[in-house]
Design a protein around this ligand. Structure first.
Ligand code: NAD
Length: 258
């Protein structure tokens, strides 16, 4: 039996991701845009816009949320109280904000991911396997990322997630082996290091390459995002998957069945 059409509410509808999400939802036959929140006019006259997430939650089955870290605690409490599922893409959470997400997930289903691209999710899974199979005693692991010239943080959250995956595969903490931003007389790389290099330029949406280099071979894994739409399509895919799940905190790897 087919499921009823999913009414999705989008917070921050006028943001870069909010606009992409409206396009992704419009192209799905299984979901409709129930409305959004916006702090300024959306230009989307066919979509009801609300001042608060409480009002949006009342007309939605599920909320997709790519906004700002300052909203996370309020959104977690509101959605837990309203009993509405939550797809959370906002990044840069502190421990306190993450604890609020974890608490909400004891009562509602939540998918949270720093990157909703299926390609990156698969790359993270492969990076962990590569880290386990290609030990630091034989292979030097390095991660190179390139993004648009406006990006303010480096290395990117995705590059760090790839580093975490390699570290996990090697059974070490990334914080103990991370080498970022080499410049000047740095001495040789650390024996167990996981290195990072960040390039910036133009309007590149996001490129990441993970390299393992030994004395006798090199293997590399590259992902390139051409369009932000990939994150929005991934979030809608996660939303459709989430409607059949019980309360809990899930990742994009659960959505893909990895
Ligand atoms: P943006 O600045 O273009 O849009 C942010 C939206 O949130 C705007 O509509 C803004 O009005 C709204 N907003 C900001 N602060 C708010 C507040 N205090 N209360 C209510 N609304 C508020 O940003 P963006 O590029 O769309 O990115 C949004 C978030 O999504 C960021 O955290 C970004 O890192 C993250 N992101 C995640 C992924 C992923 O795959 N997980 C991909 C891209 C972006």
């Amino acid at each position: 039996m087919s499921l009823p059409v999913l009414r999705i509410g989008v917070t921050g509808l006028n943001g870069r991701m909010g606009q992409m999400l409206a396009l992704s939802i419009a192209s799905s036959s299984e979901a409709i845009l129930a409305g959004g929140t916006s702090r300024s006019p959306t230009g989307n006259s066919s979509c009801p816009c609300f001042q608060s997430i409480d009002e949006l939650a009342a007309v939605s089955d599920l909320i997709i949320d790519f906004t700002h870290v300052s909203t996370v605690i309020n959104h977690a409490r509101t959605l837990e109280k309203a009993g509405k599922a939550w797809v959370l893409g906002t990044t840069g959470l502190s421990e306190r904000e993450q604890a609020a997400v974890n608490q909400a997930a004891t009562h509602i289903p939540v998918v949270q991911a720093a990157n909703f691209s299926p390609g990156v999710t698969l790359a993270l899974s492969l990076a962990k396997k590569m880290g386990a199979a290609l030990p630091a005693s034989l292979y030097d692991a390095e991660i190179v990322e390139m993004h648009h010239r406006q990006k303010v943080d480096a290395p990117s959250g995705t590059a760090l997630a790839i580093g975490e995956a390699v570290a996990e595969g090697r059974g070490v903490r990334l914080a103990d082996v991370r080498e970022s931003g080499r410049d000047g007389h740095t001495g040789p790389r650390g024996d167990n290091a996981i290195g990072f290099a960040a390039l910036r330029g133009g309007q590149i949406v996001g490129e990441h390459t993970l390299l393992f280099t030994s004395g006798t071979e090199q293997i590399s894994l590259t992902h390139k995002a051409f369009d932000r739409r990939i994150f929005a399509d991934g979030a809608v895919r996660a939303a459709l998957w989430l409607r059949e799940q019980p309360a809990g905190l899930y990742g994009m790897e659960d959505v893909l069945g990895l």
